[in-house]
Design a binder for this molecule. Structure first.
Ligand code: SAM
Ligand code: SF4
Length: 458
């Protein structure tokens, strides 16, 4: 089964090709049609080394990003539930053999408290994260917390979409999870390279490469519609990982009619008690990281690319231009971290700014921060979402929903400078709108928000 999803020999063969300038130019031109590029074409772009061609690649990725996503950036906060783990991933601070960390699993009350701290900042989307220990974090626990989190109301806010990154499940368990009202289920392969995988995962259920690789197949079979894949960059050759991500994505699309909703691209960060995390075997330079994002953007134009707080603010700005569509902000990576600072982080965070600081910077740079949860709530998920996204029809929902949710943020949570900048930006977006009907209805809804109505979406 693993070979049907990832063909390592083919990846190696593709990576051995050296690109010619004409080939590169032809691929970049073809990519502008927004239909994606083939594995072979992606491998040629991944082999680009010279500055001129790299700049051309970045320019094309920027054009595509603008065409499909405009200036919108979706924001979310991770909520860590538990750092108990029976696996021993060598790069992770939560691994079983790390005896230096204080273990913690949130009680229901603590999870509610964390949710309320997150709500105070203005977030509407969260990602639940947990170490893999089913005696601590099982589906009964997850179900109870999801229900409690959705029940929380604070000021004018509530969590409107919960995504989840917990241990891979069986088909039966995924069936249960799909009834909990979650948005996307995420799980990362970490590395698709079998030999590296074995070295990095010496213990626990995660040491089984195939079980991990088949996670998303089981998730679709269990009825989940939106899934997110990813790899942890720094473990092996990044070019191998990008091609494998694309192969996995192609396999899912061919087999289940829909590819991943999102791709996450964490880079290894230092983690307490992990030598691998302090000195990653294949550390990724900033330049190569930019290349990874640009190639993914060209290859799967409609798949969201998620960047976490792991990246420093300055670099994040550049990465946004190249293709990132979602970022976390104001994050804590320890269970209980929003309420207190004691529990050990899973890895250290590169960007420690508050949500409001991140939003001010985004707005100053002309980005439109979005807290939209519209698609998931009206059932535009899975294949229905992709069918709208591919011909570009999703834009008529995304842009107004981004403006409306950003306006809510500005009214209810923003600092003075952010409110000023944000309102300027919204006025500019509205005056630039071509469709007069859409413009009129948006202005009406913005007025309703000013008068106190909340949660308006298309
Ligand atoms: N335990 C589950 C798992 O491993 O899939 C889900 C939660 S785990 C905390 C989420 C992700 O954190 C992992 O999939 C891995 O990619 C990432 N991670 C682990 N150690 C990291 C490190 N040192 N730096 C950056 N990301 C890391
Ligand atoms: Fe556990 Fe996940 Fe960390 Fe591995 S990455 S040690 S499974 S929390």
């Amino acid at each position: 089964m693993a070979n049907a999803i990832i063909n390592e020999e083919l990846i190696q063969e593709l990576l051995d090709q050296k690109p010619s300038q004409t080939e590169i130019d032809e691929i970049l031109n073809r990519a502008l049609s927004l239909k994606g590029i083939s594995l072979k074409e992606a491998s040629i772009l991944l082999n680009i080394e010279d500055k001129d061609s790299l700049n051309k690649l970045f320019k094309t990725a920027k054009l595509l990003k603008e065409k499909i996503y405009g200036n919108r950036i979706v924001l979310f906060a991770p909520l860590y539930l538990s750092n108990y783990c029976t696996n021993n991933c060598l790069y992770c601070g939560f691994r079983y053999e790390n005896k230096t960390i204080k273990r913690k699993k949130l009680t229901t009350d603590e999870a509610i408290n964390e949710t309320r701290r997150i709500l105070e900042t203005g977030h509407k989307r969260i990602l639940l994260v947990a170490g893999e220990d089913t005696t601590q974090c099982n589906l009964d626990y997850v179900e109870e917390l999801i229900n409690k989190i959705y029940e929380q109301k604070l000021m004018n806010g509530e969590i409107r979409r919960i995504n989840i990154n917990i241990a891979p499940l069986s088909v039966e368990e995924f069936k249960r999870l799909s009834s909990f009202g979650i948005g996307t289920y995420q799980s990362f392969q970490e590395t698709y390279h079998q030999e590296t995988y074995k070295k990095m995962h010496p213990q626990g259920l995660k040491s089984n490469y195939e079980w991990r690789l088949e996670t998303m197949s089981r998730a679709f079979e269990g009825g989940l519609q939106d899934i997110g894949i990813g790899t942890l960059f720094g473990l092996t050759d990044y070019r191998f990982e990008v091609l494998a991500l694309l192969m996995h994505s192609e396999y899912l699309e061919k087999t289940y009619g829909v590819g991943p909703h999102t791709i996450s691209i964490p880079r290894i960060e230092p983690a307490e008690g992990s030598d691998v995390a302090s000195a990653p075997p294949n550390a990724i330079t900033d330049e190569n990281f930019k290349k990874i994002i640009a190639v993914l953007r060209l290859a799967v134009p409609y798949t969201g690319i998620i960047l976490s707080t792991r990246e420093k603010a300055e670099l994040r700005r550049e990465l946004l231009e190249l293709g990132i569509s979602q970022i976390s902000a104001g994050s804590k990576t320890n269970p209980g971290g929003y309420s207190e600072e004691k529990a050990t982080e899973q890895f250290s965070i590169g960007d420690t700014r508050s949500l409001d600081e991140v939003i001010l910077e985004l707005a100053t740079d002309g980005y439109l921060p979005s807290f939209c949860t519209g698609c998931y709530r009206v059932g535009r998920v899975g294949k229905d979402f992709m069918d709208l996204a591919k011909p570009g029809l999703i834009q008529k929902f995304c842009q107004p929903n981004a403006i409306l949710t950003f306006k809510e943020y500005l009214i209810d949570y923003a600092g003075k400078n952010t409110a000023l900048k944000g309102n300027e930006l919204i006025n500019k977006f509205i005056s630039d709108m071509q469709d007069s009907k859409q413009k009129e209805s948006l202005i009406k809804d913005l007025r309703k928000l000013d008068e106190g109505t909340r949660d308006i979406y298309r």
